[in-house]
Design a protein around this ligand. Sequence first.
Ligand code: COA
Length: 327
Amino acid sequence: MGIALTGSGSCTPQVSLDNHGLSQIVETSDEWISSRTGIRQRRLADAETSVCAIAVAASKQALEMAQIAPTDIDLIILATSSADDLFGTASQIQVQLGATKAVAFDLTAACSGFVFGLVTAAQFIRTGAYQNVLLIGADILSRWVNWSDRGTCVLFGDGAGAVVMQANDRDRLLGFEIRSDGTQNACLNLAYRPQPKELVPGVTIAQGAYQPITMNGQEVYRFAVKKVPEVIEKAIFRSNISVEEIDWLLLHQANQRILDAVAQRLKIPPEKVISNLANYGNTSAASIPLALDEALRQGKIKPGDTIAAAGFGAGLTWGATIFQWGR
Ligand code: COA
């Protein structure tokens, strides 16, 4: 069974914080942040804004573009690392959309979550199990950022993006490659720290809390610039096309220097590189569908265009998929 991506949507919180605003919180400057990362501002969710709410708003747009009803959806996958509920947030999205037929679950692969979710969704369509899948990438990492660590707090922003994937006569998902390497897990964490608690003598359990994001920026940078071009080349090879046939390079929006270096290694010219991180920062699982949706609505990406999308991040995880937009 062939697969097509037929609808997209996105939602970001109203509140924005620019680099000047950040310099009131930590010792930094617009010059440092924009020259090292390309980021100029980011959107931040207030206390009333949930992952579910921005995911639902993005999903409604995607369903409208795909021209399908919520009741047509067979499966909802929410890629997130900042779920409203650790038991899963996808079923709250299901009920708010009125997707009564759909099964819904969360998938966590940090900033690779959207690509991992796309590959997961594709397997259900390929086998004929499901026809219509709603895939969402949504994160509110501002909940988990250490706002006194200038090495990380300048990077992240909040947002959501969604796509509709459908069974299609013509196969538009040409190839993929996804990878993990836990040996480098310590480079980037949002880890639970246990606190021992004795229930009765001899029975101790742990009740702790998640600790804010920690990162070794240089290690992550080196990893991304080496591994992302490799995985894209592998996905291109599996797609049986050449790199010249790629119309758009759509990378996880972490850092403009990473986008530039990856494009350079692949010999993809800058005008084919999608970038909106100046306005949103790194929105984790949301960044690829958010940038995709903007580029589609601006008329930049057109039906039939061939897109190489790649995610990378904590785990460590990374992956690429090659697809053509539309039916
Ligand atoms: N403002 C001002 N100075 C800062 C700063 C900030 N926001 N953050 C760090 N610095 C300082 C450091 O303290 C250091 O000072 P020192 O030389 O006096 O010790 C100096 O700037 C250089 O720090 P360094 O960490 O070496 O900078 P860098 O060139 O590696 O850039 C990143 C830092 C985070 C921008 C870069 O490593 C990066 O983008 N890595 C990838 C991160 C990423 O994308 N993570 C998410 C992946 S999903």
